[in-house]
Design a protein around this ligand. Structure first.
Ligand SMILES: Nc1ncnc2c1ncn2[C@@H]1O[C@H](COP(=O)(O)OP(=O)(O)OP(=O)(O)O)[C@@H](O)[C@H]1O
Length: 312
């Protein structure tokens, strides 16, 4: 008998969020599995924070259904014990110092690792006795990262966790995240605009575009599903053939076309010598999947083909 697959940690069906007449999330279906790092990607206003607020039980969707650990997360104390949400807008009372945040977490967070928290505080050079409201923007983000990582919550959600963090501190975050995840696997959702910077961390990507989920696929498949062909226009057109074009640009005598190549890759037989084909970066793929309102019909075609031709 084949083993029954484990139920997903999160299952969402037909999620819709209306703000008056505005639709922030539109019929979103997705699942999150245990022990996976997800990237939640999309342009400003795509609906990422709205989705994370529903996922973490802070907001009820206008319609649709979401289950986290098999139950409705909305204002559920039991579910809160199993998750940690690090928001870019986290606020603390005026008198609270860094050390108060750590000591409260020690009391309140079930899997809190105090030694690890202090290790992170040292790495990020956070002054324990300084009031949180006096921390710099980057230090405030670092404190959120400390809380998010040391909580070791089975479902950890980071919403743009590194606003203001410099490149060295961001690298530290990525290194700590991957090392701690290897020792303590859990499900992590990371919303970010720095896609190429985190691409190697992500096992699966969810891309929202104007409230719709346009990509839900493992990262390797996403990367393999599209390619860039560069060279003389006629030759590139021959290579691209009937594949769906995501983006096309002219560079003097040559053109560069990003297209959905399908997971089987490109048949390179007879490829003109002047044409180079290379992999698309995750960031470029996400950028080109964006539905441009000024070219709505083309973009919708792209999105529709995305689900049919390639598992994008
Ligand atoms: N309470 C609200 N009332 C009205 N509109 C809202 C509300 N919350 C969010 N929106 C709108 O819903 C859309 C999605 O917002 P959301 O914050 O989820 O986007 P996002 O993908 O997180 O964006 P960013 O990357 O800029 O943080 C935006 O157009 C936003 O203005």
């Amino acid at each position: 008998m084949p083993a029954t697959p484990a139920p997903p940690l999160v299952r969402a069906r037909g999620l819709r969020q209306q703000f008056g007449a505005f639709t922030a999330l539109d019929d979103v279906d997705f699942e999150l599995q245990d022990h996976t790092i997800y990237g939640l990607l999309g342009r400003n206003g795509a609906g990422k924070t709205t989705l994370m607020q529903i996922l973490t039980g802070q907001t009820l969707p206008s319609s649709g259904r979401i289950e986290v650990f098999g139950t409705d997360p909305y204002e559920s104390a039991a579910i809160m014990q199993q998750m940690c949400f690090v928001a870019d807008t986290q606020r603390y009372p005026d008198a609270v110092c860094v050390r108060h945040v750590l000591s409260s977490a020690e009391l309140l967070v079930p899997r809190w690792d105090s030694d690890y928290a202090h290790h992170l505080v040292e790495r990020f050079a956070l002054p324990e006795n300084r009031r949180v409201k006096k921390l710099s923007r980057g230090m405030t983000s670092a404190l959120g990262i400390v809380v998010g990582l040391a909580s070791r919550a089975p479902l950890t959600v980071f919403d743009e966790p590194y606003l203001g963090l410099d490149a060295v501190a961001r690298k530290m975050f990525y290194d700590e995240l991957i090392a701690d995840y290897a020792e303590h696997p859990r499900t992590i959702v990371l919303s970010t605009h720095l896609i190429d910077e985190v691409a190697d961390l992500l096992e699966h990507v969810l891309v929202l575009d104007r409230g719709r989920l346009v990509l839900d696929v493992d990262t390797d498949t996403a990367r393999a599903s599209a390619a860039v062909a560069e060279g003389p226009a006629d030759d590139v057109a021959r290579v691209v053939g009937s594949h769906t074009v995501l983006h096309h640009e002219s560079l003097g005598n040559t053109v560069r076309t990003t297209f959905l190549s399908g997971t089987d890759g490109i048949d390179e037989t007879g490829r003109p010598a002047g044409v180079s084909i290379h992999a698309v970066s995750l960031q470029d793929l996400v950028v080109h999947l964006h539905v441009d309102p000024t070219t709505e019909s083309h973009a919708r075609t792209t999105t529709a083909s995305t689900t049919q031709e390639a598992p994008l």
